[in-house]
Design a protein. Structure first.
Lengths: 234, 115
């Protein structure tokens, strides 16, 4: 779903860039409050892993493919604040090194791929978990539901933005229907992959998973409110 | 419960490298959802060439590597390592700028009761 240069007029690209920059700035602030020394390599791993998963296009329907966006995975593994920054890093590498995602569309891509899916998935994850028992299985199911919802929502956001500031004048309805239609299917793939990865990690190391901290008897990794300052605090 | 994270990180990187090297060359190369919709709805032609389309790794290939699958695998490997490094650098910087609670020689102005 990487937006190339030329799809949006300048005002929309700049507007999306401003919104994205503001959100990433807030996220970095929140990330700084959460990060401990030990978490830094984990954030790098999450970014790198999502880069690879985004390369794995899977076929969906008549000659169309899709790939993971990674918002749900990032949100559940490292929380939405650090998570959306991880994906913004992925998008930067893709744009600069692999000519994937237009450079003038970077703000749009951060909004549509890094920010919207991550926070939508996190909200859906939390809401779903609140209805389910406090088990690892619930974490997996809720991750998948978050993933499933996040992709068509991002696709719908694209359609709305395109109606507002796309370079071609098209009715919102037809673009919206087409985008959401195909991305519901891609969302199913996203749900399967996210569920598989979260399931493997939460089975082996629930203490690493941000979205499963309440299941860990003695969480240390994500108790960042009292960073290393407190480590020898009498 | 201070379990070792290193093992987890190494395992995660190995799985990622395996996917980059051995799975990404076989990923679908058909148009993705947005490309398909753009073509069908008639705005696909609005896409402009990428400014860095001549880059040595453009489109997940490697300049001079003729075998597309080998090129994709190499691009995946490079991209994964670069992304890992970029993530480490950025979050390391974010972490460092928060202040250095561990450093015993803290600036004179900081009072111990603060925060």
């Amino acid at each position: 779903m990487h937006v190339p240069d030329g799809f949006f007029n300048a005002a929309t690209s700049v507007g999306a860039g401003v919104v994205s920059a503001g959100t990433i700035a807030v996220s970095l602030k929140k990330a700084a409050a959460q990060l401990t020394e030990r978490l830094v390599p984990l954030t790098g791993l999450v970014a790198a892993f999502i880069f690879v998963l985004q390369m794995l296009n899977f076929p969906v329907v008549n000659g169309t493919s899709g790939h993971l966006l990674g918002g749900a995975l990032a949100a559940v593994l490292v929380g939405p604040w650090i998570g959306c920054v991880c994906i913004a890093v992925v998008l930067l590498v893709q744009g600069l090194l692999f000519a994937d995602g237009g450079l003038t569309a970077y703000g749009l891509n951060v909004l549509l791929i890094a920010i919207i899916p991550t926070f939508v998935a996190w909200g859906v994850f939390k809401a779903t978990r609140s209805f389910l028992p406090a088990t690892r299985g619930s974490v997996v199911v809720s991750s998948s539901v978050g993933a499933l919802v996040s992709v068509p929502v991002a696709a719908a956001a694209f359609a709305v933005l395109f109606a507002a500031g796309g370079s071609v004048d098209l009715s919102l309805g037809s673009v919206l229907a087409a985008m959401v239609g195909v991305h519901v299917l891609i969302g199913i793939g996203e749900a399967v992959i996210t569920g598989a990865v979260v399931s493997a990690i939460v089975a082996a190391r629930p203490d690493v998973v941000y979205g499963a901290q309440d299941l860990v008897p003695d969480p240390v990794l994500w108790t960042a409110e009292s960073p290393e300052t407190g480590e020898m605090a009498a | 419960m201070r379990r070792n994270l290193r093992l987890f990180l190494v395992a995660g990187l190995l799985v990622g490298l395996g996917l980059a090297l051995f799975v990404s060359p076989f990923a679908s190369d058909q148009p993705d959802g947005l490309e398909r919709v753009a073509a069908e709805e008639g705005f696909g032609d609005a896409a402009e060439n990428h400014d860095l389309a001549d880059g040595r790794l453009a489109d997940y290939g490697v300049d001079g590597v003729d075998d597309a699958r080998v090129g994709t695998a190499m691009a995946g490997l490079i991209g994964m390592l670069v992304t890992f490094g970029a993530g480490l650098a950025l979050f390391g910087l974010v972490r460092a700028r928060r202040g250095r609670p561990r450093s015993p020689a803290s600036p004179p102005a900081s009072s111990p009761q603060a925060s």
